[in-house]
Design a protein around this ligand. Sequence first.
Ligand code: ADE
Length: 237
Amino acid sequence: MIGIICALPEELKEIREGMEPDGELEFSGIRYYMGKLYGKDVVCAVCGVGKVFAAICTQTMILKFHPGMILNVGVAGSLSDGLSVTDIVIARQLVQHDMDVTALGEPLGKILGSDIQYIPTDEEIRDRLFSAIMELNAENAFGGKEVKALQGTVVSGDQFISSKGKKQLLVEIFKALACEMEGAAVAQVCYVNKVPFCVLRSISDSADSGAGLDYPAFVALASANSAKVIHRFLQES
Ligand code: ADE
């Protein structure tokens, strides 16, 4: 069973297309759609925005469906000049940029009383997602545009990043490629439950003063690119 978690309905829409449905269950207000895609058992859900919803959804998915891997998929703001709208980032590691006990001498993102700061994603899943993107590019399957794919640090927090100053800070502190609002929470829950996971996001905006306008304009296109990668990944799993 492969678990797929998106924050928003737009992000899940095209992933669910073509899925052979096999029931739905609801827990804590989140619906879990079971079914088959390319013959593989899949459970997917729209968790809602932010780390708390993401954590509720991930823990519930693990306890109720026992997935062998979890993918967190959707869109992100770019923190890198190398990533434009509709390009893709695959997280190598995730960290919560708003977990702040620096006053107690810990680095930003470190969870006091644990060994958790940067949480690494599963290398094999990462490599397979990257290969799927390279194949789709070779087939010109992203609507005529070559999609750039970078692997690196993704930061998550309960903030929509939309200023140059905050963006610069995240780059300086974490050397991050992209920001979003759920990935590090999914990562933490998967980490403590020892479930392999990865986070794949397509860029919807540049996390600066234009983000408020770019996000609604590009969320569908970026989500479609992420969905294409997940379809290819599942086809080849
Ligand atoms: N998801 C997409 N764009 C984002 C941004 N700029 N900040 C946080 N999450 C995002």
